[in-house]
Design a protein around this ligand. Structure first.
Ligand SMILES: [Zn+2]
Ligand SMILES: [Zn+2]
Length: 251
């Protein structure tokens, strides 16, 4: 039975991690290294969320299966308002559909010397390619449309690092639009969600999580969010965010 609360387990999750595909991500952040370090640091669920791309998520999923750690494919999308939005999915097919939507609305070419290299790697740490797109750029789509598209693909839409004064919904818009159907907001390692959430949400009832936003190996799991779930999947995390069926965030 779905709502049998006796079947619930505590999962430690870091739902915002970059790999070497992000121009600002360290070379050492290969999908394999990220997954192995997450396992070592006793994370149960991680999400691979590169800037505007999910091309390294498949390799991390493959490695995650071998290591018995749950890897959610995702990406950190930069909206036309220059707001960072974390999109999380269950399957690589969903993540790649979101990627296609993003790529079709993302212009420019990367200059590795200026912005950094964008390395696509496989689960064995072999370099497959370099992504030529300007992944650090903003997608020509507004936040509302991005959230709608993420939901159409059954994903979760989380406003990234709302306590930061760059590329966050609060820094770019000055407030969180009450009609924007976010599944959660995220605060960085600098803030505690139970304190910063209420302050930054200004009365809005949106669940608040914390994730590492790791770009370097030392940062993986520096903060995490504990969820009480039956299984590590998007629907269960959604219920936990909503506090439904006994699922919940555990502080
Ligand atoms: Zn960001
Ligand atoms: Zn990030």
């Amino acid at each position: 039975m779905d709502d049998n609360v006796t079947d619930l387990h505590l999962y430690r999750a870091d739902l915002h991690i970059h790999t070497c595909l992000s121009p600002c991500g360290d070379w050492d952040m290969t999908p394999r290294a990220v997954t192995e370090l997450a396992k070592e640091r006793r994370l149960d669920i991680i999400a691979v969320t590169d800037h505007n791309s999910a091309e390294n998520a498949g390799a991390a999923l493959e490695r995650g299966r071998a290591l018995n750690i749950s890897v959610l494919p995702g990406m950190e999308i930069c909206s036309m308002e220059e707001v960072h939005l974390v999109a999380l999915f269950d399957t690589i097919t969903q993540a790649l559909a979101m990627q296609e939507f993003v790529y079709n609305r993302l212009q420019g070419e990367n200059n590795p010397d200026v912005f950094g290299y964008q390395v696509v790697a496989n689960a064995e740490d072999e370099v497959l390619d370099q992504n030529p797109r300007l992944l650090i750029g903003a997608v020509k789509v507004d936040l509302n449309t991005l959230v709608t598209k993420i939901h159409e693909l059954d994903g979760l839409a989380i406003a990234a690092h709302i306590d930061k004064n760059v590329y966050s919904i609060t820094s770019q818009l000055g407030f969180i639009p009450p009609d924007l159907p976010l599944d959660a907001v995220e605060v960085s390692y600098r803030s505690r969600p139970e304190e910063a959430g209420p302050r930054l949400l200004m009365g809005l009832k949106i669940p608040c999580i914390t994730s590492s936003d790791a770009h370097f190996t030392g940062e993986i799991g520096r903060v995490s969010t504990k969820f009480l779930l039956k299984t590590p999947c998007i629907q269960e995390i959604k219920w936990a965010l909503e506090g439904k069926k006994g699922r919940k965030i555990v502080r």
